[in-house]
Design a protein around this ligand. Structure first.
Ligand code: M7G
Length: 200
C-alpha cells in the first residue's frame, strides 16, 4: 500500500565545487516522489546530511519548482532560516523539517506558501531554510498574489505564522530567532546572507 502525499516533491543536491564552477553546474536534480513509502526508501539510501562534505546542500522542493531565487514561483518570495553555529548537522532536525514539508504541516490548508526546504552544510555552520512563495510585499501588478488581492499585512501575518511553525520544528528555545529575507534581496547581493526583513 502506498500513502499518497498531497504534493509531489523533488530532491535536489548542490555538490561542493571542485575548482571554478558556477551554481548552475553544481545544482543536480536527484529524484521525484509522491508517497510516504518512496520518501523513506530515498531517505534510507542517501548520505545523511551530517556526513555531507562542506558546501553541499540538500533541497526538497515541490515538483516543478527549481530551488533557485530565479524560478518564477520563487522570485517574489523569500526564506525563513536559522543558522546552527556549532557541530555537525543534526539529521533528526532535518528529517523533521522534511516530514513537516511533505506532510503539509508547516502552513494552513490553502495557504500555498511553502515551496521547499533546504539544508546548507558549511565550514563553520549549518543552516536550515524554508522557502515561501511571497515575501510580505505589496503584491506587484499581474502577479498571482495581486490577482488574489493579497494584502501586505495579511501576507506578513501568514508568513510569520509559518515562521513560528518552522521554529517549533527546529526545537529552538524562545530566545532564539528565525529570520526572514526576500529572495530579490539575496539575488541582488549575490548571497543568501541578505539583511533580514523580519524575525519571529
Ligand atoms: P548559499 O549557499 O545560499 O549561501 O549561496 P552561503 O553564502 O552561505 O554559502 C552561495 C552561493 O551560491 C551564492 O553566492 C550564489 O553564487 C549561489 N546561489 C545560491 N542560491 C540559492 C542561488 C540561487 O538561487 N540562484 C543563483 N543564481 N545562485 C545561487
Amino acid at each position: 500500500v502506498k500513502h499518497a502525499l498531497q504534493n509531489s516533491w523533488t530532491l535536489w543536491f548542490t555538490k561542493p565545487p571542485s575548482g571554478k564552477q558556477d551554481w548552475s553546474e553544481l545544482l543536480k536534480e536527484v529524484i521525484t516522489f509522491d508517497s510516504v513509502e518512496e520518501f523513506w526508501g530515498i531517505y534510507n539510501n542517501i548520505t545523511p546530511a551530517s556526513e555531507l562534505a562542506q558546501k553541499s546542500d540538500y533541497h526538497l522542493f515541490k515538483r516543478g519548482v527549481r530551488p533557485e531565487w530565479e524560478d518564477p514561483q520563487n522570485k517574489h518570495g523569500g526564506r525563513w532560516s536559522y543558522t546552527f553555529k556549532t557541530g555537525k548537522a543534526n539529521d533528526s532536525v532535518w528529517l523533521d523539517i522534511m516530514l513537516a514539508a511533505i506532510g503539509e504541516t508547516l502552513e494552513d490548508e490553502g495557504d500555498n506558501e511553502v515551496m521547499g526546504v533546504v539544508i546548507n552544510i558549511r565550514k563553520a555552520f549549518w543552516r536550515v531554510g524554508l522557502w515561501t512563495r511571497t515575501a510580505g510585499q505589496p503584491p506587484k501588478k499581474g502577479t498571482p498574489a495581486a490577482e488574489e488581492g493579497l494584502d501586505k499585512e495579511v501576507g506578513k501575518k501568514r508568513l510569520e505564522k509559518i515562521g513560528k511553525n518552522f521554529k517549533n520544528y527546529l526545537q529552538l528555545p524562545e530566545t532564539e530567532q528565525v529570520e526572514f529575507s526576500g529572495h530579490a534581496d539575496s539575488a541582488h547581493s549575490g548571497s543568501s546572507r541578505a539583511k533580514a526583513k523580519f524575525a519571529v
